[in-house]
Design a binder for this molecule. Sequence first.
Ligand code: HEC
Length: 133
Amino acid sequence: MRGPSQNRRPPTGFPRPLAFGLLATLALGACGPKPQFTGDTCPDDVPPVCPDPAPTYAADVAPLLGRLCGACHTAGGVSFNHPFDTYDEVQRQHTGIEFQLNNCIMPPADQRQPTSDERQTIFAWIVCGSMNN
Ligand code: HEC
């Protein structure tokens, strides 16, 4: 004969696979491997020191950001909150730009991705002090 206690099931909370999936998602989001795009791993390639010659904002970085980011990061674009239309706007956001690029979050995966040289140009300009040069 079964007593009432044997019919009681222990509290389970989330079903185990679901709980594991949630934990894995949280862990990846917090400190897991960097997101990947188009099958490539995301390189961690910010130069440690300012290269010589240093890229300039006017000749190198502004046109590049215009091509890679400008369609969205402009007044009236989908990311109008983070415009890159002027030097001041870009300078103010240089930390975020470095972070988004270095972690391959921006540009979004379905957009044209920067080449290694293009990444180096933007990173180097930031490492060199993101000057208005
Ligand atoms: C196809 C559109 C698109 C392109 C291209 C694009 N972005 Fe974005 N970006 C977005 C959207 C959408 C957001 C999120 C909305 C917002 O916060 O304005 C965003 C947000 C950001 C942010 C702010 C993130 C934050 O939360 O603080 C940075 C920095 C950024 N993008 C950098 C870049 C850089 C650098 C490039 C080019 C190399 C780029 N993006 C290209 C659409 C784009």
